[in-house]
Design a protein around this ligand. Structure first.
Ligand SMILES: [Zn+2]
Ligand SMILES: [Zn+2]
Length: 230
């Protein structure tokens, strides 16, 4: 089994399982007010953890100091969009090969269904040389980051332990504070990031969606790609 499939399939199963679990639990625990709360938590995890953290700080190595880098990692973890190192790998290659047939998150490689379902994360990704580009070297500063690698290597165990521990106290809290924000984050990554921001075949000049992100040099996606070339 190749590297990308092994890591991608875990994330795909994780996302799908939480999707099914959340639908089942919503029958019993549906609450409008709590749903708004879940959406707000998703937005916080998405903005701080993904937008500022995994994307700008860790993938583009911008060293922005919006908050402490460990908090970026905590919020990035809570977003549930995949092992942090895997996110960074995919994102670096996404910038290098944006909307070519080597871009793993592009419509040139996937069907719309493969993108929005999250199946695209199972596509092949080579660990070392990718067209002579040494990804391992590019990621060295992260491979030496012990906390980052601890979260990365124990990612699903940590998530399941946390969800289980909170469920023992309150299933409703686990559903609205942990599970639904993850479901929303994965949908956001698969529908908005991979599909809507690139569906024309190149990064789109983003419109109102960028306002959700409020992250410097990140919102307008076509400009973002121009600034951060690999
Ligand atoms: Zn980027
Ligand atoms: Zn892009």
């Amino acid at each position: 089994m190749n590297y990308g499939f092994r890591y991608g399939i875990t994330q795909f199963v994780f996302g799908m399982t939480l999707n099914i679990v959340s639908v089942i639990l919503l029958y019993t625990y549906f609450d409008y007010l709590w749903l708004i709360l879940a959406f707000l938590i998703f937005k916080i995890n998405n903005l701080i953890g993904v937008g500022y953290g995994l994307h700008m700080y860790y993938s583009h190595n911008t060293r922005n100091k919006f908050i402490n880098k460990h908090l970026y990692l905590v919020f990035g973890f809570l977003s549930g969009i995949g092992r942090p190192l895997q996110f960074v790998r995919y994102h670096i290659l996404h910038h290098k090969y944006s909307d070519t047939d080597k871009d793993l998150s592009s419509l040139k490689v996937n069907s719309v269904l493969e993108l929005v379902s999250g199946w695209w994360v199972t596509k092949t990704i080579y660990y070392h040389n990718f067209d002579g580009y040494n990804l391992h070297l590019r990621l060295k500063y992260l491979l030496n980051n012990r906390l980052f690698m601890f979260v990365n290597n124990n990612y699903y165990l940590l998530h399941l332990s946390l969800i289980l521990a909170v469920s023992l106290v309150s299933i409703k809290v686990a559903l609205y504070f942990l599970i639904l924000p993850i479901v929303f984050n994965i949908l956001d990554a698969n529908i908005i990031f991979t599909y809507l921001l690139h569906k024309t075949g190149k990064p789109v000049a983003n419109n109102c969606i960028s306002l959700w992100y409020l992250v410097k040099n990140s919102g307008k996606h076509n400009i973002h790609h121009k600034i951060f070339k690999e």
